[in-house]
Design a protein around this ligand. Sequence first.
Ligand code: MF3
Ligand code: CO
Ligand code: CO
Length: 270
Amino acid sequence: PEYATSGAPSPTKLSCKKLNDDQIQRMRRACKVARQVLDEVLAQVRVGVTTDELDRIAHSRTVELGAYPSPLNYMGFPKSICTSVNEVVVHGIPDSRKLEEGDIINCDVTVYIDGMHGDCSETVFVGEVDDAARKLVKVTWECLMQSIDIIRPGQQLNAIGLVVETHARQNGFSVVREFTGHGIGEAFHMTPYVAHFYEPDNKTLLEEGMTFTVEPMINAGGPECKFWPDKWTAVTADLERSAQFEHTLLVTAKGVEILTGGRTPFFLKS
Ligand code: MF3
Ligand code: CO
Ligand code: CO
């Protein structure tokens, strides 16, 4: 991508326009590679593995598949994926800490190939986790999937946040407001920004051919975030746990295509 050397994403690629058929085909490919790399990273999550090791696996598999790991040097981000453990809400930087029994970890993989970015993430358990963590992760996944269910041309963009916020609150959880889903395609992040809470005045309508992410961050405690001194790692202000799931989506004539779909989340398997 244009920022790989400079670290600076191009300001001319701001708005996500309706994609043509060729762009849609390239988005399908980028999202399929992102999903494949994410699945391979998640398969390596276990007690004792460091997030640096997950980053190395993601980096080498992404490059082997002919893609570029989109986070690398995006506004100076130092690694190829984000790994967000326990109270880390988002943008955790892989490091030398070993995963411990009872941790929850979100791995967020974005790749760039054929001129397009594909972006997805999942939160998984490290060994056995407590019931509160199980419920947080399950409800966060339900927030994502229930909001995807209502996506179709003509739907208001703010219907997504309404569904996410309603389901999170019904379960006693809170929704992070500082970070949103985003238009995606030739640029990593562009308009429209997709709030995961209800914005009554945002009447933007969804149109066939739009591609964007939904990526709710749901907190066990309060919604407030603070930053580590590295200026990337966002943590909950109360240090309670946070979970996240993300898909890249295409609005189709009939509804929606989950471009990064595939795997059945582990906690739904019997
Ligand atoms: N993948 C993240 C998202 O869902 C963005 C990571 S940007 C990085 O939007 F620079 F932190 F990698
Ligand atoms: Co994203
Ligand atoms: Co992401």
